[in-house]
Design a protein around this ligand. Structure first.
Ligand SMILES: CC(=O)SCCNC(=O)CCNC(=O)[C@H](O)C(C)(C)COP(=O)(O)OP(=O)(O)OC[C@H]1O[C@@H](n2cnc3c(N)ncnc32)[C@H](O)[C@@H]1OP(=O)(O)O
Ligand SMILES: N[C@@H](CCO)C(=O)O
Length: 489
């Protein structure tokens, strides 16, 4: 299918009426959340997907703003024919509280002083960001999100959603993230914050009139940007090549391409980001820790979502080990979880670049149909004491070729097929319990189509009763239903 863009989009604004109680115990008044949506919310309101952005992201995840030179930061993932298909889903992307791209943050106007908050803005956490997002989701009247997805700090928001609002998240996709920031991650963020607060132009956060701490913010970005790349990708991009010169200048101007690149990234970052927001957002990242009494198993015990964890093999900022720790804890809680690793040389920022692998993984996870989605719920069964002619009549009336055989309390004990009926006529045997198949192959409603198709092929059967843990019939699935699904998609 052709992959397209959602086209021209505009950022909208949602004002939270009530005061927001923050994790710190402080409250935030007049909170605004900037957001964008792509696609249409269906009438059941069950096709909504929330996209959560990383450190320097914003609500503009896809499409084009008027006269923009670049599309939204996740244009590779969102749009018709892409995994976050705006023709199937209603995709919502918002700017986090504490940010500087339309949602309330330190550069917003403090309603009390009518000046920018600066450091009067209360420290916010990932949980506070998610609390604000929940108000936006409720504003749309959405009771359960089909999925919540995000990379890096966005992945932290996904995990926070899973823990804080387990019934509101059907599927969760944390990418290149962690359940708690490591000392190394905190260390890098502190160096970045020190670059800002030691910039004389920072003026304790009161710089909104006059010169801004652009040198400090640029340096913070340069340091952080190195962690978003990999040694391999930097060799590929720059090697030891010089920038616009044939030999070393033997001074402290820029010699190497990599130096020039980092300065460029720092300078372009300053044009789009606020230094105080950088302090608040990196602080929220550092504070993030879902473990309870040091146990992540305990911290993730209420998760009800179906989870796809994605990590990046070359990511040394959020190494695969942190994703595997989440996988282990979710498995220990018997959560329906799977794990995939992007093979990429890009490093951490691969979640912004590896469109082929990401679209494949996410499209399959979102469209992954379960038995409960296609099984026939009403199933006619036959009592084990019934006569053969009753079974034959029921099959004719209901136009079925398989009859689960049950006891008085509805427990499955066998299955009677049209073939069994032919055998009973040939042998003259009319005892149902004798001619039925006793070793019944069954399945559960939350199993995947692929698993069931393999089971049916293995045993060469065309129908499986769907049962619960007590062998009570929940429905029935046939090869016809599966082949119809495959031809339909
Ligand atoms: C998910 C989130 O919330 S993140 C949200 C948004 N965040 C960002 O966009 C992060 C900032 N951007 C980036 O990290 C990167 O641009 C990515 C990951 C988005 C894209 O990576 P790439 O396509 O590989 O771009 P790359 O990192 O190489 O940067 C290319 C830029 O560097 C410039 N550049 C490359 N080499 C040099 C050099 N030697 N000297 C100066 N500039 C250079 C290019 O001209 C290009 O400029 P442009 O961005 O104005 O077009
Ligand atoms: N480079 C991205 C990801 C950081 O985790 C950003 O700036 O937000």
């Amino acid at each position: 299918m052709k992959k397209e863009s959602v086209g021209t989009v505009e950022t909208k604004f949602f004002n939270i009426e009530e005061d927001l109680l923050l994790e710190s115990g402080k409250t935030l008044k007049n909170v605004t959340i900037s957001y964008e949506t792509y696609g249409k919310l269906n009438k059941e309101k069950n096709n909504a997907i929330l996209v959560c952005h990383a450190l320097s992201g914003d609500a503009h995840a896809a499409g084009w703003h008027e006269n923009a030179k670049k599309p939204g930061w996740w244009e590779i993932m969102i749009g018709p024919g892409k995994s976050l298909d705006s023709e199937k889903y209603f995709i919502i992307s918002s700017n986090v509280i504490g940010g500087c791209k339309g949602s309330t943050g330190p550069s917003s106007t403090n309603p009390v002083t009518r000046k920018e908050y600066g450091l009067d803005f209360p420290v916010v956490t990932i949980k506070d960001m998610v609390t604000g997002q929940k108000k936006l989701i409720e504003h749309f009247g959405i009771k359960q999100l089909l999925a919540v997805i995000g990379g890096s700090m966005g992945g932290m928001q996904v995990l926070e959603w899973m823990v804080s609002y387990p019934k509101m998240v059907k599927k969760a996709i944390p990418i290149a993230s962690t359940a708690n920031s490591s000392p190394q991650q905190i260390a890098f963020n502190e160096v970045g914050r020190q670059a800002i607060v030691t910039d004389p132009a920072w003026k304790n956060g009161n710089y909104y009139i006059g010169e801004k701490p652009k040198n400090g913010l640029s340096l913070a970005r340069m340091i952080a940007h190195i962690t978003y790349l990999s040694d391999e990708s930097m060799y590929e991009k720059f090697g030891r090549n010089l920038q616009d010169k044939e030999e070393f200048s033997y001074d402290f101007t820029l010699d190497f391409q990599v130096e020039s690149y980092l300065h460029y990234q720092g300078e372009s970052f300053v044009k789009r980001f606020d230094a105080n927001s950088y302090l608040y957002i990196t602080k929220a990242i550092d504070y993030f820790d879902l473990s309870v009494n040091g146990s992540l198993i305990e911290g993730l015990k209420n998760v009800e979502s179906k989870v796809k964890i994605i990590a990046i093999d070359s990511d040394w900022l959020y190494p695969t080990s942190q994703s595997l720790e989440i996988l282990t804890a979710l498995n220990a809680n018997e959560v329906d979880v799977s794990y995939s690793e992007l093979q990429s040389s890009y490093g951490h920022d691969a979640f912004l670049l590896e469109d082929g692998q990401l679209n494949y993984l996410i499209a399959n996870f979102l469209s992954d149909t379960r038995i409960e989605d296609i099984m026939t719920e009403y199933t006619c069964t036959i009592d084990k004491n019934a006569k053969i002619d009753q079974a034959a009549k029921l099959m004719m009336d209901k136009r079925v070729t398989h009859l689960p055989v049950v006891t008085e309390d509805g427990t499955l004990i066998g299955i009677l097929t049209a073939w069994d009926l032919s055998k009973s006529i040939a042998t003259g045997d009319d005892d149902l319990e004798k001619i039925m198949t006793k070793d019944v192959k069954t399945c559960k409603s939350d199993e995947s189509i692929e698993t069931i198709a393999r089971r049916m092929k293995k045993y060469d059967i065309s129908c499986l009763p769907v049962v619960d843990d007590d062998l009570k019939i929940k429905g029935i699935i046939t090869t016809d239903q599966i082949s119809h699904l495959l031809t339909k998609t």
